[in-house]
Design a protein around this ligand. Structure first.
Ligand code: ADP
Length: 767
């Protein structure tokens, strides 16, 4: 904003220099145009009226007054046109002044005004000032509103200058102190009027109070007034008394002009370097390169318009000096279409739209690939130097290379994200271990297997994340070596929650200079298969043991009967045959259990077994089951009267035999098993309580699973198949009841068979 204010001050206070192509004056023009319709126009009209009024005062109040420094000897018919031309040239002549980062462009208009006022009578001085300004506006084709505003402002200001010089200085004819005082007062008044008019319009455009503009610009305006006044005064005096010295008067001004121009050029170069540096960063970072290129190169080369048409893309991007950081998409302008495929830089000066003076078109081509075409257009007369065109062409190739790089990067990023998705969505665990055994990648599947999230795993040693309980398996965790970089191992690891998992790790490692660079490990969770495998071998061990156990006495007794049967007493023979019968019955139960178990699916609620449910006396069934067991260790507490239950008679005996048999089997020989009955509204319950070893709490549900035994099957301290409870519960549920369990280790267990009581209507299935 400050730069805009200063630019406007430079452009309007000191009269518009030939700054066509400079962004700031253009902004003024654009802004004045945009606002001309209403409030701006009012201000222009007000300033015009002020100028006309004060001019009229000069014309009417000072008829026939002579000039303050009369006597140049030049006739008025030559002097007036000569000074009009001088005033016009002074308005067009620009001195570039640097202050801070900004460059102000000043004209010598005020100096010429001082000369006009001193050498010409008031009316002629006013005429020369106004005519010189109008001429300069016409030569430079200034916009009408801006020219009118300038004219009003300067007419008002110069009228005040003329009035004060003549009122204070009188018509002395020589440079007296009064004349000097008049010039000083007049110049300051000129500056004040000028600044006030300008503040009105600048304050409005920038939405600040006019007073703010006056305060910020007053000092600069006074300095300029003093400078131009001194130039005007001394030039006048030298012209009057020693005209030959006039060329020497111009020399300091020329020296200063050149010094300022050099400084301005340097500032331009610095600004360009800053832009190019920024561009080099943008190209190196490969982010949004085309847009950045367009904005920064247009600024670096001070072009009014910039375009880039990317190959294979119908539209083009454009940037405009009026909105320096904005980039728009649209079609390539018609005048550039024929140059779309140029192979070398060209500078166009013909067939351009009005206002544009020249356009440089460069191919965006580098590293063997054509990426498009860039063009930069200027409204200024000065063409781009060959050096600048060459630089632009190099920047074009740099852009092409960066675009290619960006394309590669994009493709790479895409590939990477695809790969990441594959790793993340893989059902197998995947980890990448870097140097020092530190985890670099840890996917979601592995997080589920190991119970450690990817965020927690990153950067930690793999040994900390996958604990290997078995010492002999420890080195299997990272077994790769330079000689064996690809290897698959199987090991058991313990998760942080204590659960053990059997894993298969397939390693594929890369080494450099004998050091591990990366080991990509695909991890499969074999726990299920491992358990099934174990279960299978346990099952085979169990079945063969269970079958062999009754077979041994059967075969022994058969052998005895065959060889010594005739010599045995009838009682002994009967005992042997009874034992063979018992063992054979046991074998038959075993086989039936296996068959039954194979007929049940894994879903415990599935009723895949046909049971013949009818009303039976549960008291009689319990007696029958206990009798079948032929033991005196059962303590029965039964009601006298029958308790009718809905059940399958044979299956209920089978379930109870199993529950009571287990109670006997898993408690000491001298402990009894208590069997009693309870009932509630809908069910009859048979409780089988023992005082044996009990069942650990984590196995309370598992004992109902197929083949599950609390004992280690390898030690086989008690025989069994792990099928009894599984079958008992399935049968109970098939009859609309259930088997439940309460147990305390080393205290005892209570198994309960619940069956639906007979009711007015059949009870529904157990739920
Ligand atoms: P098994 O043929 O092994 O007895 P079950 O299915 O009847 O098969 O029982 C499964 C496991 O439950 C047994 O191996 C035993 O560990 C445990 N179990 C069953 N009943 C009792 C009990 N009364 N006391 C202690 N443990 C029991």
């Amino acid at each position: 904003m400050e730069r805009l204010v200063l630019g406007l001050v430079a452009a309007v206070v000191t009269a518009e220099p030939h700054g066509a192509g400079r962004p700031l004056p253009q902004r003024v023009t654009g802004a004045v145009r945009a606002f001309a319709r209403d409030p701006i126009l009012r201000r222009v009209v007000a300033v015009g009226a002020l100028g006309a009024g004060l001019g009229a005062v000069v014309v009417l109040a000072m008829p026939g007054r002579d000039s303050v420094l009369a006597g140049t000897g030049v006739p008025m018919a030559w002097l007036v046109p000569g000074l009009v031309v001088l005033t016009c040239l002074a308005e067009i002549t620009v001195v570039r002044l640097r202050h801070g980062e900004a460059v102000e462009e000043l004209t010598l208009y005020e100096a010429a005004l001082v000369i006009d006022v001193l050498l010409l009578p008031p009316r002629h001085a006013l005429l020369a000032a106004v005519a010189g300004l109008v001429l300069a506006s016409l030569v430079q084709r200034r916009p009408a509103v801006k020219a009118a505003f300038n004219l009003g402002t300067y007419t008002a200001a110069v009228s005040v200058l003329i009035l004060l010089v003549h009122v204070i200085g009188g018509t002395a004819g020589t440079m007296t102190a009064r004349v000097l005082a008049g010039v000083v007062a007049g110049t300051l008044a000129f500056t004040a009027v000028n600044l006030c008019c300008l503040a009105q319009i600048l304050g409005f455009i920038n939405e600040v109070p006019p007073w703010t503009v006056i305060r910020s610009e007053a000092r600069l305006s006074v300095y300029m007034a003093v400078g131009t006044m001194a130039t005007g005064l001394t030039t006048t005096v030298v012209a009057l008394h020693a005209p030959l010295l006039l060329p020497f008067m111009a020399m300091p001004a020329l020296a200063v002009t050149y010094a300022y121009r050099a400084a301005a050029r340097e500032a331009d170069e610095r600004a360009r370097s800053a832009c190019l540096l920024q561009l080099s960063h943008a190209l190196a970072e490969r982010e949004d390169v085309v847009r950045q290129f367009l904005v920064l190169v247009r600024e670096a080369f001070d072009a009014d318009l910039g375009f880039i048409a990317v190959s294979g893309n119908g539209s083009a991007l454009s940037a405009d000096a009026t909105e320096p950081s904005a980039v728009r998409a649209g079609p390539l302008p018609d005048y550039l279409v024929p140059w779309r495929d140029v192979e070398a830089p060209v500078q166009l000066t013909e067939d351009l739209p009005p206002g544009l003076r020249h356009v440089v078109v460069v191919p965006v081509e580098g590293g063997g690939s054509r990426q498009g075409t860039a063009a930069f257009a200027s409204r200024r007369r000065r063409r781009m130097s060959t050096g600048d065109v060459t630089l632009l062409a190099s920047l074009g190739s740099a852009l092409a290379v960066a675009m290619r790089g960006a394309e590669h990067l994009e493709r790479l990023t895409e590939e990477r994200s695809k790969l990441q998705a594959v790793v993340e969505q893989s059902a197998e665990g995947i980890m990448v271990v870097g140097a020092g055994g530190l985890v670099q990648v840890w996917n979601q599947a592995l997080a589920d297997i190991a119970g450690t999230s990817a965020a927690d795993a990153a950067g930690r040693p793999v040994g900390d994340l996958l604990e290997v309980p078995a010492e002999e398996e420890r080195e299997l965790l990272l077994p790769v070596t330079v000689d064996v970089p690809r290897v698959a191992t199987e090991l058991t690891v313990r998760r942080s929650d204590g659960e053990e998992r059997r894993l298969r790790l397939a390693h594929s490692a890369i080494f450099a200079g004998g050091e591990l660079v990366r080991d990509v490990v695909v991890i499969s969770d074999l726990t299920r298969e491992y358990r099934t495998e174990r279960l299978k071998s346990d099952f085979i061990a169990m079945v063969s043991h269970e079958l062999r156990t009754p077979l041994t006495p059967i075969m022994g007794y058969i052998d005895l009967l065959r060889t010594r049967g005739e010599r045995m007493t009838p009682q002994k023979r009967l005992d042997a045959l009874t034992l063979i019968g018992d063992r054979a019955a046991h074998l038959s139960r075993l086989v039936e259990d296996l068959l039954l178990a194979s007929r049940f699916g894994d879903n415990p609620d599935e009723a895949s077994l046909q049971v013949n449910v009818a009303t039976h006396d549960l008291v009689a069934i319990v007696r029958q089951a206990v009798e079948d067991l032929r033991t005196d260790r059962v303590e029965l507490t039964l009601p006298e009267d029958p308790w009718p239950a809905r059940c399958d008679n044979g299956r209920t005996v089978q379930v109870l035999t199993n529950l009571i048999g287990n109670g006997l089997k898993y408690s000491a020989q001298d402990r009894t098993v208590e069997v009693s009955l309870r009932r509630d509204e809908r069910f009859l319950h048979v409780d089988v309580r023992d005082h044996g070893r009990g069942i650990p709490s984590d196995s309370l549900e598992k004992v109902f699973e197929k083949f599950h035994r609390v004992e280690d099957p390898m030690t086989m301290s008690t025989s069994g198949t792990g099928l009894g409870l599984f079958i008992a519960r399935r049968l109970a549920r098939a009859m609309g009841g259930d088997v439940t369990l309460e147990s305390t280790v080393n205290v005892g267990s209570r198994f309960t068979l619940s069956l639906p009581a007979e009711g007015p209507e059949d009870p529904g299935p157990w739920s």
